[in-house]
Every structure is written in C-alpha cells, then in structure tokens.
Design a protein. Structure first.
Length: 119
C-alpha cells in the first residue's frame, strides 16, 4: 500500500484580487488560473491586480516582428493613502517567424509576479 503525504494550506484568507485576460493562444486558461491564484499572495484583500494581454500584432516599425501588448494596473492602500500603478508595454514575441520563448506571456508573468511577491 502506497501512502502519499498531502499538505493543505489552511489559510482561507484571500489577499489581492487578481484578474488576468489573455487570448487562449498565448496563455492557457490553466496558466491564467495559476497566476490569478499567485496574485492572492500579494499584500491584502484591498489590493487589486489586473493584467491584460492582447493578441499578436505586427510591430509598427518592424513588420517582421510580432508583438503583444501587456497592460498592468495595480491598486491598493499604503501608509500614504491609495495608490495606482499603471503601465503598458509592447513585448516582441516572434521575429522572422521564430518564437522568442523568453518573451512568452507565461515567462513575462512569471518575472512580473516574482518581482511583486518579493517586495
């Protein structure tokens, strides 16, 4: 008989509300759910993280490069009052038909959440 150890996090307090939208072709529903759960580790339930990833489109100045655009909004409270951090960034993903894997939406979000959760 094999017995496996199962551990459960009994902390039911949810923290930052997190919403991620992205085309299924760039980020699967399982990956979105993973990052939304990861966002719950960020600060308090008064904080809000919203990330939107667009479909691939041609770069305006480099037609051989396909990019996606990431819009990020983080809202919350600090000792100095409410804050909002908004940014938008175009990320090159395919150049001359070759995928730049390090710039994948999954890798981008991994780096983003590593930075957020290390603060």
């Amino acid at each position: 008989m094999n017995i496996t150890k199962i551990s459960a996090n009994m902390n039911t307090a949810f923290k930052a509300q997190t919403k991620i939208t992205a085309p299924e072709t760039l980020l699967s529903s399982e990956e979105r759910k993973y990052f939304e759960e990861l966002g719950k580790q960020y600060k308090t339930s008064d904080d809000f993280i919203e990330i939107s990833i667009t479909d691939l489109h041609a770069s305006a100045n480099k037609p051989n490069v396909q990019i996606y655009t990431v819009s990020k909004t983080i809202k919350g409270n600090s000792a100095n009052g409410n804050y909002t951090d908004e940014s938008q960034m175009s990320v090159p993903y395919i150049k001359d038909g070759i995928v730049i894997e390090k710039n994948s939406p999954k890798n981008y979000l991994t780096k983003l959440f590593n930075g957020l959760l290390s603060k």
